[in-house]
Design a protein around this ligand. Structure first.
Ligand SMILES: Cc1cc2nc3c(=O)[nH]c(=O)nc-3n(C[C@H](O)[C@H](O)[C@H](O)COP(=O)(O)OP(=O)(O)OC[C@H]3O[C@@H](n4cnc5c(N)ncnc54)[C@H](O)[C@@H]3O)c2cc1C
Length: 324
């Protein structure tokens, strides 16, 4: 196998973005992944820009700011499958918009009472990038190949034994065993994709009832309907009763969704951790080998990926070595 400057483990949105960033900076890189991008958590995401279910807040804000810049720029490239979409987040309880929404150039506007569904107390409008993940992952793969990168599908059993001066661990939930890291917990998300009956605005119910979410994101000719947030659940098969509940709740928001043709069921495991792990350690053995960890992005990996990738790339180029 050809020698590389950096080896990236994982081909979800975090691994591919990191690999692109390193490759476009001039490093010879390779990705090794247990699953192709089409079978990752990343492909199941909604995916709207917003650093949710991730920490720490100050670092996530800066990574989200970087992500917003890149995703907004890519919204001009059809192959990237990113749209600027306007929509509402609404809450049955009195609530205020999260602080990070002030990063959006268009800001936030509170809903007028007439713009709230019956029984809802608050809501706010904003416009943010919405990413069609299956197409976006294809775009990332093509961009990585154009930068000279290659992807090998194989499971890695040990991060320490990889043969590269820089190894980047972007294994998502896989890091729980690989590191190992018991702080990493899955938060299962199930969604349904249907033909779009003409919906152009996103809708997010701010509240979580038990493990049930209600949200929907238009993606041109399809709409992604959600969802769930099931802590500690690992099963990857879509549950029919959950899909029915999602269809029922989303149809109550938009009656036009009743009877819409189902295109796909998707399930992903959000890699949740009290804090994203973005840090380096020295690898044992000869030479100055470094292992970077880049996992635990929770419900915000699409949002944070570019910011994290740029931070690692800058440190690798600067030769910033972690403490021995
Ligand atoms: C339903 C749902 C909705 C979401 N909505 C949003 C949203 O609106 N906005 C947002 O920003 N985020 C959203 N997220 C969160 C986002 O999808 C995740 O944070 C992100 O996908 C994590 O990406 P990742 O690359 O770290 O992990 P993954 O996509 O899981 O990729 C991990 C990769 O590591 C590989 N791997 C694991 N173990 C090994 C091993 N031992 N050897 C080799 N390879 C290995 C896997 O094969 C895979 O390629 C959502 C998630 C879900 C489930």
């Amino acid at each position: 196998m050809t020698a590389v400057d950096a080896l990236v483990v994982g081909a979800g949105v975090v691994g591919l973005t990191t690999a692109i960033s390193l490759a476009e900076a001039g490093l010879a890189t390779r990705v090794v992944t247990a699953d192709p991008p089409s079978r990752t958590t990343s492909v199941a995401a909604g995916a709207i820009w917003g650093p949710v279910r991730c920490g720490p807040p100050d670092r996530c804000r800066e990574w989200a700011r970087a992500g917003l810049d890149v995703l907004s720029e890519l919204a001009g490239e059809p192959a990237a499958a990113i749209r600027q979409v306007r929509g509402r987040e609404v809450s049955q309880e009195p609530a205020a918009p999260p602080d990070w929404l002030d990063l959006l150039p268009g800001g936030v506007a509170m809903c007028a009472p007439t713009e709230l569904p019956d029984g809802f107390a608050a809501g706010w409008w904003y416009t943010a990038p919405v990413v069609t993940m299956p197409s976006y992952l294809d775009y990332l793969l093509a961009r990585y190949a154009a930068a000279g990168g290659s992807v090998e599908v194989a499971a890695v059993a040990s991060l320490q034994s990889q043969d590269a001066p820089v190894v980047v661990n972007c294994a998502g939930m896989g890091a729980r065993e690989l590191v190992p890291d018991p702080l990493l917990e899955p938060v299962r998300g199930q969604v349904v994709v249907v033909r779009n009956p003409g919906i152009e605005e996103f809708y997010i119910d701010h509240g979580l009832r038990g493990s049930e979410y209600v949200y929907l994101f238009p993606h041109g000719d399809v709409v992604l309907l959600g969802g769930t947030a099931e802590e500690g659940a690992w099963d990857l098969a879509a549950r029919p009763e959950v899909a029915e509940r999602i269809l029922r709740d989303c149809s109550a928001v938009h009656p036009r969704l009743r009877g819409a043709q189902i295109v796909a069921h998707r399930v992903g495991l959000r890699p949740c951790r009290p804090q994203v792990r973005l840090e380096a350690e020295r690898l044992p053995g000869p030479g100055d080998r470094v292992l970077w960890h880049n996992y635990g992005h929770g419900g915000g990996g699409v949002t944070l990926a570019w910011g994290c990738a740029r931070e690692i790339t800058a440190a690798v180029l600067a030769g910033t070595a972690p403490a021995a």
